[in-house]
Write a protein that binds this ligand. Sequence first.
Ligand SMILES: O=C(O)CCC(=O)C(=O)O
Length: 277
Amino acid sequence: MLTPELREQIDEHGYLTIENALYPFGLDRVRSAFEAIQRQTEPAWAESIRNGTFKGGYGNGPNAHTMGDIHQYDTFFLDIAENPLVLPILKGIVGPDVQTMEMVAHCHHAGTSAHTGWHRDRPAWRHSQFMLKAKVFYFLDVQTPDMGCFSLVPGSHKRDANPSRTEYVGETLEQTPGLQKIVGKAGSAIIWNVLCWHSTLANTSPRDRRILIYGYMPFWVKKWGSTPPPQHIVDWADTPHRRQLMGIHAVEGRASWDRKDVPYLPEHAEIAAAKKL
Ligand SMILES: O=C(O)CCC(=O)C(=O)O
């Protein structure tokens, strides 16, 4: 639940943390699912580093291995998108029509430089009640300050200005005024507003930093575009709320925003038929 205290924390500081957020799934199981994807994708990633063809978000490159669309390897990651300890909070923050945007496994290797600099993910569009985009980072291991941990400037989501791309880069990355390193226990999570100024840092520790990244936005934001949702996602989404979470058919929101290329579940057809628009 988004309690008044959590609401105040996220409104004021732009983030909140949850301990034992992976409890419903079992941390060991999450780690082995992560490691299975890493084993499968690492040879191609290593080859792309050798031949210089690496690309992709979240700093994929020599300092980090970004594994996107992890649901395609294991639908267990769809279950995590629906985490009962996190989703009720997201419904309060992003809105009752929240959908999942991205599902990513990420490894920032031991002894490597930062894989991003200071930025925010989108221009400072704001709504009085809801956040346009929240991300949830799950920590697979304890996050220590030397681990290149995720860092943000608390309260910076309220600023109109974006962070400078030329100040506090490279050697001075960690000198950004107000920087807070997000440390925490294995299995914990941070939910944060992507308008916060944020960066990763150099991982000077002997341990890889392994996290899961989930992005959430309201249902009306285009998700699948011209590509129909993959069948394994449609199959997993066997309830109206799962259909909404996967950006297919809304429970809250207009039926006119629903995907017409995916047949409704019978109970969802009734929900859609009862809507005016
Ligand atoms: O990997 C990190 O800690 C930074 C993530 C990031 O820059 C983002 O989510 O936009």
